[in-house]
Design a protein around this ligand. Structure first.
Ligand code: ATP
Length: 135
């Protein structure tokens, strides 16, 4: 099987680096599946899962947006935050979800805070789904 190098990098440092057979994730324009030799491109990512297929198993990394850069033998994901599925603290994500939901219910907020709470909720739901392997 052909492979390509994949790195997931955040402002706090690298989170994942490995040779994989396929990368799939959600770009803002839709689902992306990248195989070795893919044409170069850059795509903005949604809050979501990055799936990394390798030797019959799939690893999942949660990302909260960012960019994916493809070169023929290298894929780089630059994300604001990223966690490997096994490193997600499920209780923390559940607490973050509850906090965000509470904020969204207090409707007296400024719109900016509302958007912030919505994004926090999306990040929490993403982490919970990945930690529980529901996506
Ligand atoms: P919280 O309110 O729990 O901090 P958040 O969505 O606001 O959640 P972020 O700002 O996205 O948190 O992330 C801050 C840092 O904490 C990042 O390094 C991120 O990888 C890490 N992080 C956030 N939530 C979790 C989690 N549930 N498990 C592991 N790491 C997490």
């Amino acid at each position: 099987m052909k492979t390509m190098k994949v790195s997931v990098v955040t402002p706090d440092g690298p989170v994942y680096e490995s040779d994989v057979e396929m990368v799939s994730t959600k770009a803002k324009t839709g689902e992306l599946g990248i195989l070795p030799g893919h044409i170069p491109m850059v795509a903005p990512l949604k809050i979501g899962a990055v799936r990394l297929k390798k030797g019959g198993s799939t690893e999942i990394v949660a990302v909260s947006g960012g960019f994916l850069e493809v070169r023929p033998e290298q894929v780089t994901i630059l994300a604001q935050t990223a966690e490997k599925s096994e490193e997600i603290d499920l209780d923390r994500a559940l607490r973050a979800k509850e906090r965000a939901e509470q904020r969204l219910q207090e409707r007296k907020q400024e719109n900016v805070d509302f958007r912030r709470a919505e994004l926090a909720l999306q990040r929490a739901i993403n982490r919970i789904s990945i930690a529980q392997r529901k996506i």
